[in-house]
Ligand binder design. Structure first.
Ligand code: TYM
Length: 328
């Protein structure tokens, strides 16, 4: 069975972008693949985190995985920091990566531009992500468009290691949705919807109450036209809302276009809001149940125990190939 691995950072509220770009595919892939889904808490600390908030968010993201439909009996759900092989293989890859290739990462450029001081962890972040993926010899990595470049670097590092030290790592492929790989901000069609945006009106959080969702969508930026047409270059905001619609209502872009022909944006936005509310309602209900039950700790513990075997075996073999003297 082919392997799938992906991760989400526990920094701030998860958004509809995370859901459409990534989590939705996690749920689908668990039926046909051996899946590893983790909360990447070691990645989250590449920017300052308040300790109590980090702990709370780690638990919250794991609960959202389950609430979204990931079944811990089918997929392993775990916290990255519970499996120390991630940090260790991450270090080994840091010694294989070049400064130049890390400097080219657009996410690093976006997060560091204009900052007085930039943490070294933010810079080497992609080497830890490579370790995450390669520890499990994942074949497929479901992610949104913004992670494509990190995945290319992962492939390069895997190839570099294999050439230098002998065959060890599977070269992974990205698995990116055709529509919705990059859900944009509600107030600016040129910016990615992001949980780190200081303006909460720019994103829909998975746990936003129905009325908040309705308000955010009714105030979402559109354009001065009135046609519901998918054209990301000329109508980025409307096209973005159409992508969200397509996922939440399970309709094609053509069907949506036909439905609102000649009706303007009002009816479109109103129904879009109801589809989003209906899509998130069961997830929010399950989330409350799971948090209330406290079962998330047992799920994470079991997940970490299961995946540690695979991760430790890969780490041991990679270290042996690199020339480390293994304890006997
Ligand atoms: P993160 O936590 O920023 O985002 C988690 C996932 O959500 C996707 N995503 C989006 N997709 C569509 N539209 C958006 N607006 C949007 N915003 C976020 C991301 O592409 C991602 O798939 N480096 C990763 C976490 C990571 C990881 C890994 C992923 C660490 N190790 C190993 C895969 C495999 C990150 O920061 O994602």
């Amino acid at each position: 069975m082919k392997r799938v691995l992906s991760g989400i950072q526990p920094s701030g509220q998860l958004t509809l972008g995370n859901y459409i770009g990534a989590i939705q595919n996690f749920v689908k892939l668990q039926e046909t693949h051996e899946c590893f889904f983790m909360v990447v808490d070691l990645h989250a600390i590449t920017v300052p985190q308040e300790p109590a908030a980090l702990r709370e968010q780690t638990e919250a993201v794991a609960a959202l995985f389950i609430a979204a439909g990931i079944d811990p009996a089918k997929a392993s759900v775990f916290a990255q920091s519970h499996v120390s092989a991630h940090a260790e293989l991450g270090w080994l890859f840091t010694t294989l990566a070049y400064m130049g290739e890390l400097e080219r990462m657009t996410q690093f450029k976006d997060k560091s531009t204009g900052k007085d001081s930039v943490g070294a962890g933010l810079f080497v972040y992609p080497t830890l992500m490579a370790a995450d993926i390669l520890l499990y010899n994942a074949d497929l990595v479901p992610v949104g468009d913004d992670q494509k470049q990190h995945l290319e670097l992962t492939r390069d590092l895997a190839q570099r290691f294999n050439q230098r030290f002998g065959d060890q790592f599977t070269i992974p492929e990205p698995y990116i949705p055709k529509v919705g790989a990059r859900i944009m901000s509600l107030d600016d069609g040129s910016k990615k919807m992001s949980k780190s945006n200081p303006n909460p009106a720019s994103y829909i959080a998975l746990l936003d109450p129905p009325d908040v969702i309705r308000k955010k969508i009714s105030r979402a930026t559109t354009d001065s036209g009135r046609d519901v047409i998918f054209n990301p270059a000329e109508k980025p905001e409307v096209s973005n809302l159409m992508s969200i619609y397509a996922h939440c209502a399970d309709m094609t872009l053509e069907e949506i276009q036909a439905r609102y022909e000649g009706q303007g944006y009002g009816a479109f936005k109103k129904e879009l809001a109801e589809h989003v509310v209906a899509k998130l309602e069961p997830l929010q209900r399950r989330y409350a149940d799971i948090r209330g039950s406290g079962e998330i700790h047992a799920i994470l513990k079991q997940g970490a125990e299961r995946v540690s075997e695979v991760a430790n075996a890969t780490l041991r073999s990679a270290k042996e190939k690199m020339g480390f003297l293994l304890p006997r």
